[in-house]
Design a protein around this ligand. Structure first.
Ligand code: ADP
Ligand code: MG
Length: 677
């Protein structure tokens, strides 16, 4: 067996950039694509668009200065000729390509000014006696200063020196019709000349299926291990006493839907256990998550434990504060409010009530989880719109107090396969039914050229006693922010002028919190007919009398955002309408998105389409949330493998824990956990 090669510190640093920290990581650094140097194509057979290797003698070599400095050579084979063109080149290349040299060139052939040509082909000295490669040449993802041949050598050395024993037993592989691990790796790194390069590049070769399965299996195992570890940790048991909860239900003007009933039972059961609950409550916008959160809070409070209820924005947190106060104050429970914008004195007073245990319910923004806030007896944490928070914040919540139960809520409708894969460390409850009495929302697509007609529609609706939103886009991460704010202010101005008989308010993220709250309160109270707002109203705002929404520049918004926004209307009995105003011309993607939102109202269907348009990473905001992405498997294409991996993970943990451990060791040894928690 070969000996491991020594690697210089500079190379090590470059490898680290590629995520290669241990020699074993080299094995799983898989090619992006391949070049075929196993055969020579006669120039006469080369067609534009083909990537081929040709061989011949240089008959002409010249540095040209027009249209730009470049090295242009002619390669001759028999009577056929081909131009080689280099825009950047070194003196050494000029030497290599001097007249009379025999070379092989590999690259894509295209039709140029002087006939067939290759731009920046890979060339090397070779004549008829130079042997051809025996396997396809892998091209790896790499970084500046780390050449393919160096990487190739290191990887081949790793393949020869590291034992590639299979982590999975042969009978299992046979049953799942999966290839051997070592064979798969060797094939992917050095495929024989007759292996289909397309199957390799499209990741559907049997060798790829094996690697993708392994990756998914490791992910599933890792999450299940987390799940198990959680069941070993201790949290207060908070059994239902049905006192406060029953009283709340009795006072409500509505009955819980079947779906609300079901998820509440699941949560109530979790709280009864002496292990921390970590449950994700998924429900489309308007499905009624807040009342479930209130009931959950009451069950903890009935047991004498404190509850922290957190929302990502001040507006949303405040809305929860008002709603829960309305529901709970009659039961003798007065929540405390805490946000970053409170005056120092008020913040200190709130902190004191939380620390002393004087209050059992604290509602607010992430200010609740600053180091200076000490809970007296925290038993439950509720986080609304959890996808807006990073995993880091999820962590800091958990470390506060002993070990509170956690309920996370999200209106991001996640397709089932994704939820299973990404949240396998959480238990998931789904509210899959909307409260009765909602009238469906009519969606209209209107070109901005017909803006005046939309003004008129707003006027008519508002004069008939209804309320309306006019939403302006806000793209936070770019310099466009200022421009967007300016647009909102101008739109407000424009609408105020065009509709003098209406009271028009303006809310955007830069308003001082008190002012923003005052505007929202006025809208809620019906004092404003029309609210011009940036997307601050995206999450959670609940004004049942608002039944018309206009979304300005809808072409700039994402599907999830459009769906969330539209969910702000259609909450009362009045017929609701959402007008999507768009600017021409539309990009292909924008057109697709508008079509999806126009044709669908079900959040899960929209999410599924979104997944297809954008891919899973973005849908989950994976980067912020810290969920590691899969490197090889693709959840939109590998659903069948995911399902197999899920079942196999359960089976291994039950029947063959040593196998599970070995598999995790191979795939996870050098990583943080997949979930980094
Ligand atoms: P979301 O899931 O988007 O947070 P909310 O909790 O804000 O939804 O509920 C939306 C609206 O539906 C609120 O006005 C709420 O009071 C009302 N609601 C919730 N549950 C029911 C129900 N079972 N029957 C009737 N209305 C309900
Ligand atoms: Mg909500």
């Amino acid at each position: 067996m070969a000996t491991p090669s020594k690697i210089s510190p500079t190379t090590l640093a470059k490898l680290a950039k590629l995520g290669i920290h241990h020699r074993a990581d080299l094995l799983l650094h898989l090619p992006l694509r391949y070049e075929d140097e196993t055969q020579i194509t006669p120039i006469a057979d080369a067609q534009p668009g083909m990537t081929v290797q040709v061989q011949g003698v240089i008959t002409h070599s010249e540095v040209m200065f027009r249209p730009r400095r470049s090295l242009v050579c002619r390669l001759m084979e028999g009577h056929e000729e081909l131009t080689l063109r280099f825009l950047n080149f070194y003196p050494s290349q000029q030497k290599q390509l001097a007249v009379g040299k025999q070379i092989r060139a590999i690259g894509e052939v295209r039709m140029g000014y002087f006939g067939l040509e290759m731009v920046h082909p890979k060339c090397r000295a070779a004549d008829d006696d130079t042997p051809l490669q025996q396997s396809l040449t892998p091209i790896y993802p790499t970084t500046a200063g780390l050449a393919q041949p160096v990487l190739r050598k290191l990887i081949n050395n790793a393949l020869e020196t590291i034992p590639l024993t299979d982590t999975l037993p042969a009978p299992l592989l046979k049953r799942l019709k999966l290839a051997d691990f070592g064979d798969s790796l060797r094939l992917l790194h050095n495929p024989a000349a007759d292996v289909s390069a397309t199957a390799l590049e499209e990741h559907n070769h049997a060798a790829w299926r094996r690697i993708k399965f392994d990756e998914l299996l490791a992910q599933q195992l890792s999450m299940r291990v987390h799940h198990r570890e959680r069941s070993k940790r201790i949290a207060p048991a908070l059994p239902p006493h049905q006192k406060l909860t029953a009283a709340l239900l009795k006072n409500l003007p509505f009955k819980l839907t079947g779906a609300q009933q079901k998820v509440w039972q699941e949560i109530a059961h979790d709280l009864t256990q002496a292990h921390p609950m970590q449950r994700l409550l998924l429900g489309d916008v308007g499905s009624g998550k807040t009342i479930v959160a209130a009931l959950t809070a009451l069950q903890a409070i009935e047991n004498g434990y404190q509850v922290a209820f957190m929302a990502p924005t001040e507006i949303l947190a405040e809305q929860h504060y008002l709603k829960l106060s309305e529901w709970l104050v009659p039961l003798g429970i007065t929540p405390v409010w805490l946000s970053g914008s409170l005056k120092k004195k008020d913040k200190a007073a709130a902190a004191e009530r939380i620390a002393s245990g004087d209050t059992l319910l604290a509602i607010g923004t992430h200010a609740l989880f600053q180091a200076s806030i000490e809970f007296n007896k925290l038993g439950l944490v509720i986080v609304d719109e959890q996808h807006k928070f990073g995993v880091q914040q999820r962590l800091s919540l958990r470390n506060k107090g002993d070990e509170p139960h956690q309920l996370m809520m999200s209106a991001t409708p996640i397709p089932r396969t994704l939820a299973m894969s990404y949240y396998a460390d959480l238990d998931v409850s789904v509210i899959d039914e909307l409260p009765p009495g909602r009238t469906p929302i009519v969606t209209k697509l209107v070109s901005d050229a017909r803006r005046d007609e939309v003004f008129e529609r707003v006027r008519v609706a508002c004069l008939a006693g209804r309320q309306a939103y006019w939403v302006c886009p806000l793209i936070e991460e770019s310099d466009a922010l200022e421009v967007d704010l300016q647009n909102a202010i101008e739109t407000h101005h424009q609408l105020t002028e065009a509709l003098p008989e209406l009271n028009v308010g303006l809310a955007h993220g830069r308003l001082p919190p008190a002012e923003k709250a005052a505007v929202m309160a006025a809208f809620k109270a019906g004092e404003l007919h029309l609210l011009v707002a940036t997307t601050v109203i995206e999450v959670g705002v609940d004004v049942p009398n608002a039944s018309l929404m206009v979304i300005d520049h809808a072409e700039r918004m994402g599907l999830a955002q459009l769906h969330q926004l539209r969910g702000r209307v259609g909450r009362g009995a009045a017929e609701s309408m959402c007008v999507l105003l768009f600017m021409q011309p539309l990009s292909e993607l924008a057109r697709e998105r508008l079509k999806v939102i126009y044709e669908n109202t079900d959040g899960f269907v929209i999410a599924q389409q979104d997944l297809q348009l954008r891919g899973p990473g973005e849908l989950l905001g994976a980067r912020q949330s810290g969920v590691a992405m899969l490197r090889f498997a693709d959840l939109t294409e590998d659903e069948d493998l995911l399902e197999q991996a899920r079942l196999t993970a359960d089976e291994l943990l039950r029947d063959a824990p040593a196998v599970a451990r070995a598999h995790l060791q191979r795939w996870m040894a050098n990583k943080h956990d997949f979930l980094q928690v």
